[in-house]
Ligand binder design. Structure first.
Ligand code: FE2
Length: 310
């Protein structure tokens, strides 16, 4: 992703998860690690009982909440993985199952990694996951994606073959977008799918984005609040649409099916980029005449937030 260090992060207590905004950001504060790909050993044996307890609290709270909210693919992926409330998952054990299923593995990183490193990992079916966990007194406040966001939020969906292909294609596309100067635009696609995507199911809308699935408050907001707009996913539209990193989303883009990501993974973005340079860009609250508006939001939540900030 392309946000810069110093971007606003939400205040503790808002209960909003902005960690997704910071994937692939500029290098972390701790400097480059020894390995050129920025990976480190997970250091599983170094986790303290207190850290495993934080995982347990988060895991139990979120698993209970996501019943009936997360899409079937997320639930199925979670079931097949060696992931439970008992302890922070061992990345090697996760990777064994994941690799057999979709060819992906989870690699540990100490925090933010540079964009090109992030994209290269994805392009090679390696998902870089933070090996640290948030503090017990800050369950809903993060400055960087930790093991709960990265593993609980992302890894179940990597068990889905279409999502597995899509994220790899995104990694390859990211490296190209960097060269072409359209990283900001491409990042919006990742944001509105992998991080904050909703999908239609027979029973109604469901969550598949990791930024929502790992957030206690946005899981409910994204599906139950009458405030945000929910619009059918349209690639050209999404490429032009800003997103919020400091609060809940004002708009969620909805896939008809996760299979729609397959076509997206096979799309050549280069011709689309050409049209973006001089075209209109949209703010997070815009609704366009050509949008397929599945649920018109009241906008009340963000209106109140803006008023409070005046
Ligand atoms: Fe993420």
């Amino acid at each position: 992703m392309v946000r810069c260090r110093g971007d606003p992060v939400f205040a503790e207590g808002l209960g909003v998860n902005s960690t997704a905004a910071k994937h692939g950001l500029a290098a972390g504060e701790h400097g480059a690690p020894e390995r050129s790909d920025w990976t480190v050993d997970q250091g599983w044996h170094a986790y303290t009982p207190k850290q495993h307890a934080v995982w347990k609290t988060l895991f139990e709270r979120q698993t209970q909440l996501l019943e009936g909210l997360a899409c079937d693919a997320f639930v199925q992926g979670m079931k097949k993985l060696p992931m439970s409330a008992d302890q922070i998952p061992d990345f090697a054990a996760l990777s064994e199952v994941l690799h057999q299923s979709t060819g992906w593995q989870v690699v540990a990183v100490p925090g933010l990694v540079p964009d090109d490193v992030f994209f290269d990992h994805l392009a090679h079916r390696r998902f870089p996951a933070g090996n640290f966990i948030r503090a017990a007194d800050s369950l809903d406040y993060l400055e960087e994606p930790d093991v709960f966001h990265d593993v609980f939020g992302h890894v179940p969906m990597l068990m889905h073959p279409v999502m597995a292909d899509f994220i790899q294609a995104y990694g390859k596309g990211g490296l190209r977008a960097q060269q072409l100067g359209f990283l900001k635009e491409l990042a919006r696609v990742y944001w509105y799918t992998v991080e904050f995507g909703l999908v239609r199911q027979a029973e109604g809308l469901r969550i598949y984005g990791a930024g929502i699935a790992s957030s206690y408050s946005e899981s409910r907001f994204s599906l139950h609040s009458d405030s945000p707009n929910r619009i059918a996913f349209d690639l050209a539209r999404v490429l032009r649409t800003d997103y919020r990193i400091d609060d809940f989303q004002e708009v969620y883009f909805v896939l008809n099916s996760l299979d729609d990501l397959l076509a997206l993974a096979q799309t050549d973005f280069a011709p689309l980029y050409e049209g973006l340079a001089h075209g209109t860009h949209y703010t997070t609250g815009d609704v366009l005449p050509q949008d397929t508006l599945l649920c018109a939001g009241t906008g009340n939540y963000h209106r109140e937030r803006r008023r409070a900030q005046l």
